[in-house]
Design a protein around this ligand. Sequence first.
Ligand SMILES: NC(=O)c1ccc[n+]([C@@H]2O[C@H](COP(=O)([O-])OP(=O)(O)OC[C@H]3O[C@@H](n4cnc5c(N)ncnc54)[C@H](O)[C@@H]3O)[C@@H](O)[C@H]2O)c1
Length: 437
Amino acid sequence: MEKPTKIAVPRGKLGVLLPGVGAVATTFMAGVELVRTKKALPVGSLTQMATIRLGKRTEGRSPKIKDFVKLARLEDMVFGGWDIFPDSSYEAAAKAGVLDAKHLALVKTFLSKIKPMSAAFYHEYVKMLNGKNVKKGKTKYDIALQVKDDIARFKKKHGCSRLVMLWCGSTEVFMKQHEVHATPESFEAAMKENHPAIAPSMLYAWAAITSGIAYGNGAPNLTVDVAALRQLAQEHNVPIAGKDFKTGQTLLKTVLAPAFKARMLGLNGWFSTNILGNRDGEVLEDPGSFKTKEESKLGALEFILQPHLYPDLYKKIHHKVRINYYPPRGDNKEGWDNIDIFGWLGYPMQIKVDFLCRDSILAAPIVLDLVLFLDLAQRAGMRGIQEWLSFYFKSPMTAPELYPEHDLFIQLMKLKNTLRWMMGEDLITHLGQEYYD
Ligand SMILES: NC(=O)c1ccc[n+]([C@@H]2O[C@H](COP(=O)([O-])OP(=O)(O)OC[C@H]3O[C@@H](n4cnc5c(N)ncnc54)[C@H](O)[C@@H]3O)[C@@H](O)[C@H]2O)c1
């Protein structure tokens, strides 16, 4: 792809559309409001807190990312969403139990006004949920057109100059690419005949892309990872990115595994288990939804460790991932990892990680960064898969012939170098010989 010559300045309102107004979406919206009213800090967000080094180490140029690439301002964001439950975003946030009473009180008026539009939903794709705030229509195509109408209405009502859609809805049942996903024509025909290979998340994605709106996928769902939607994204000049926010356990996995590989330490096994008690955990009790999440969580190790290149170290890895729904914990997930490594002459060692995390607190800044970077990509004329956003995902989307990059620090370098490239700055290679000439 050619370097963007001109990046449009972010003028006017940026509409943020969220299918799924649950724990993550409400924590994100509440957080943006608390930050822009100066009541909290955007901890965890690169776009708000991180700097980027430009030029040589001796130049001392390290602007904030948001100033360097001119990201949209939080003050210019307006929010909308869809959910199968009619609760306002305030009620949904209160039920999710992520934010404490003090924070909830501060955003009550703001969140109460954001009411979800009726959802494109079919129970067989998320078997643990039943809700009444659901669109009616003869075919999936009719439903997708209703989503397009919702988008157009939202844009007009709020006077948005740009929009981004980011899936914060539930994990759907496991799906593989099907022949109906091959082309935009076969995809549209499949929507018209209510084909089972068209999941609800795909209806939102199709509606967004064909409306010229960037789409990000926060769940492990197949959604935009099919040929037809990739082609439509190219044709409509729309950036797409996914999938599955990299928040807790996998974040640490993609930090630790590169360290073992860097030091040529071997790995026999990695057992990861979780307890969590939020609605996401309940949805993942269904084996179909769990399979989607499991596939997403399992991928990282294989790609980082490259057992085909290092058979002595990584050929026989027992990698297991478990998720257990345990209501008393709510959104405060506990993720345990037992890691069996081996060193010099094959002597075994163990590492235990116990991460008492907060799922949505980790996910919310990722939502913010993805919204702002997808908007930037679109203003810069970048379309199709945005691999430089792999940093944020458990299963990064890539061109079909490429393997995904999972190492967090390679992902970060890729992200920052992409920003430098967009702005015509030198890429940073970390060679550094010039300092010693
Ligand atoms: N929080 C994390 O750390 C994290 C990490 C990675 C991925 N995710 C994914 O993000 C998503 C959201 O997580 P959450 O904790 O907010 O879950 P949640 O259950 O609190 O919220 C999801 C919401 O989506 C709604 N929904 C389901 N299908 C829908 C549809 N077709 N249209 C509109 N709404 C629909 C549900 O009713 C629910 O309110 C999940 O898929 C989860 O797997 C979360």
